[in-house]
Design a protein around this ligand. Structure first.
Ligand code: UDP
Length: 433
């Protein structure tokens, strides 16, 4: 049975007469077909993928992650997993079980690994380990490859190495300047993985003994979030959320998280508003089920907006789903991702795939996608962000030129079939085929 988890923290399964926590929920990912991508990515890449997949036919692969909803990892796995199945492997995605105490600890860990000063206390480390033990016990065996995403379930390999022939740790976060105490405490759990994938070479911690692969993630051009949407349809959707579609709109799509800097985006918008009083801002953010801080930061963002009727703060509880995100990205005059830390930033590729004028923080994976002045603009402060936004609002042809270059950059580097090919190459090497 495939169960799509949304509230996996609350679920339980009846096994015999005992009620035990529902650990490792399989996620229902639906079906996707590689050949549908041929007209976008080209026949050469699709054939290369089929060649790589042939000797891997029937191999069993499991992805393990912390949540099936919200954030970049789940966004990727909803496409990557069905495409791996489509090319002939048996692939599943399972989400670990965790209660609030676990996700409080792992959010702290996530922040510390991206450089926040606060490490977990002894109790929180014990909680993290205890939930990993619980999930490790329940992981079924016999996998050819087990791919563990991010630090939340990272202890699985150390706990039950026998359950898969080969293991891979996939890191989605920026580990370039971590809290030293946190990374050193995690190190013994990471260093045993035989293979690891990072977005960028500067994220690789010094003591990884794994064979390290540098592979950037990608977006799916055929999902409702990224498929072609007409300007008229996009405007129609945005108007339903109170946007005046005849006035300029700045937009950021992101979780409510300090590293995404929604408060800095509001500051930039306020500077823009001094010269362009008709400007509006939309902050669109989903609440991830493994992000207990999200609501606090959502409220802090509302407080910072201070009742300005031209600032629209929306989330998935206002019915903002994939199509609406698409519509906001298509309709906005300028899309912003003013992060101060960013593992990769799928929202960047999503925006420039739509040919939009884009401004991003010059951090983490954003410069991989944005060549300053060519595919968008890179900034380091709210003031610079405002300056670039004013430039783009004053000169729409500049924005269109950046957008065109951005779209081609995404087409050749950041679409899902390329990412699938990179995974198949790694699986082939790991399994010796
Ligand atoms: N997202 C969404 N709705 C929102 C906010 C974000 O669907 O209201 C999606 C966004 O489109 C992107 C993903 O969540 O696909 C965020 O991935 P990213 O790599 O940008 O950041 P992360 O949240 O993983 O740090």
């Amino acid at each position: 049975m495939a169960v799509c988890t949304g509230d996996q923290g609350q679920q339980s399964l009846r096994r015999g007469s005992a009620i035990v926590p529902a650990v490792l929920q399989p996620v229902a990912v639906g079906h996707k077909t590689l050949s549908d991508y041929t007209h976008i990515c080209g026949r050469g890449l699709i054939e290369e993928i089929r060649e790589l997949a042939r000797p891997l036919k029937g191999r069993r692969v499991v992805h393990v992650s912390a949540t099936a909803f919200g954030g970049g990892v789940s966004e990727i796995l909803y496409t990557l997993v069905p495409l791996i199945c489509d090319v002939g492997l048996e692939c599943e995605w399972q989400v670990i079980y965790g209660r609030e105490e676990f996700f409080n600890a792992t959010k702290l860990m996530h922040n510390a690994l991206q450089g926040a000063p606060q490490d977990l206390d002894e109790d929180q480390w014990r909680t993290w380990h205890r939930y990993n033990e619980m999930n490790a016990r329940e992981l079924s065996g016999g996998w050819d490859v087990c791919l563990v995403h991010d630090p939340q379930p990272a202890a699985l390999h150390a706990l039950v190495p026998e359950k898969a022939h080969s293991w891979l740790w996939r890191c989605h976060i920026d580990l370039s300047s971590p809290n030293i105490a946190t990374i050193e405490r995690l190190a013994p759990f990471l260093s045993g993985y035989p293979e690891a994938i990072f977005h960028m070479a500067q994220y690789v911690p010094p003591y990884m003994r794994a064979n390290v692969n540098i592979v950037a993630p990608a977006i799916d051009p055929l999902t409702p979030k990224n498929m072609a949407l007409s300007p008229e349809d996009a405007a129609f959707v945005c108007s339903q959320f109170g946007i005046d579609v005849d006035r300029p709109l700045l937009c950021q799509v992101s979780r409510f998280d300090p590293w995404k800097d929604p408060l800095g985006v509001i500051d930039a918008y306020r500077i823009v508003k001094e010269s362009v009083p008709e400007a509006q801002l939309a902050l669109v953010g989903s609440m991830a089920s493994d992000d207990p801080e999200g609501w606090d930061y959502f409220n802090a963002t509302i407080a910072h907006a201070d009742g300005d009727p031209d600032i629209h703060i929306l989330n998935n509880f206002n019915n903002v789903g994939a199509i609406e995100v698409n519509a906001f990205q298509v309709h906005a005059d300028v899309v912003i991702q003013k992060s101060t830390r960013e593992g990769f930033g799928l929202t960047v590729a999503e925006a420039i795939w739509k040919g939009k004028p884009f401004i991003g923080g010059a951090v983490g994976g954003i410069p991989l996608q944005i060549q300053d002045g060519v595919t968008g603009f890179l900034v380091g402060s709210a003031e610079q962000c405002a300056e670039r936004a004013l430039e783009l609002l004053a000169d729409p042809s500049l924005g269109r030129a950046l957008g065109r270059a951005g779209k081609e950059h995404v087409r050749s580097h950041f679409l899902m079939p390329r990412y699938l090919r990179d995974y198949l190459r790694i699986f082939g090497r790991m399994l010796g085929v």
